[in-house]
Design a protein around this ligand. Sequence first.
Ligand code: G3I
Length: 292
Amino acid sequence: MQVLGQNFDMITPETEMKFDAVEPQPGQFDFSGADKLVTFARANHMAVRGHVLVWHQAIPAWFANGSYDRDESIQVLHDLIDAEVGHFRGQVLAWDVVNEALFDDGSYRKSIWLDRIGPDYVTMAFQWAHQDDPSALLFYNDYGIEALNTKSNAAYALLKGLKQEGVPIDGVGFQMHIRADAPPVQASVQANMERFAALGLAVHITEMDVSTAYLRGTPDQQMSQQGQVYQQMAGACLAVKACGALVVWGVSDRHTWLRSFLDPNERPLLFDDDYQAKPAYAYLLAALQYMP
Ligand code: G3I
């Protein structure tokens, strides 16, 4: 909490605002975990990025295993968004409204929402969220859309269409779960940010971590290679006026999701297992031209 409060001015709950966390039983909402984070944020003058309203993961068993037709599924989603966005009205700067709706080839990801409602769930979610908190910025969030590529082309087309239809969408989140050994090219990330900005959208880097699993070389070399990647991606964001946030997906390497997901020796974040700042921290400050 000390490292968090001293170094960051924005916070995103990693799991506490997800569907399975906030509605463990149908119609029974529990915001106690998320409330603690929002209270901490307020006490430490931090903005909150709400994460996430509509996602194919973190679905509670009652909805995953229950039989809900299209109308009933629409009602479930509408109730979830009303309850959650309403509960946090005025306290969340930006919501990840729809998360990871696309496959890498650009097609709609198969999900419980697509199956039960159809692609319209995207539009519905943004409209309800806007009604529930007109002052919150509403984002589409995804991974693998950082650089110019097939998937970011599809995200661009999707968001351009939504804007043209007048759907209340304010921004795009680049998750930025990337690899230190094969990072996106900075110029490509920058150009990609610029095209979303030209649609009138804000850009946030929403879940950055830089995987060390495939790096070679000494530990020192690995940490400085990782640091350079942090510096490059921050450089892209700083060069684009519409890029307004850089959020990392955790504080200490000790608690990264990548240790269970990919490699028990992962060190993808800015602080080591003992909460000491890593070289990546200094590289990031260099990009920010921060003078202590
Ligand atoms: O809290 C319970 C604990 O009580 C229980 O003993 C334990 C047993 O498995 O599980 C704990 O919950 C886990 C939770 O993380 C907290 O650690 C869940 O099983 C686990 O599924 C959950 O994983 C999270 C995952 O999203 C699913 O919600 C990861 O921490 C989180 O980093 C990951 O985040 C996603 C973003 O939301 C979207 N983008 C990709 C990113 C990485 O997958």
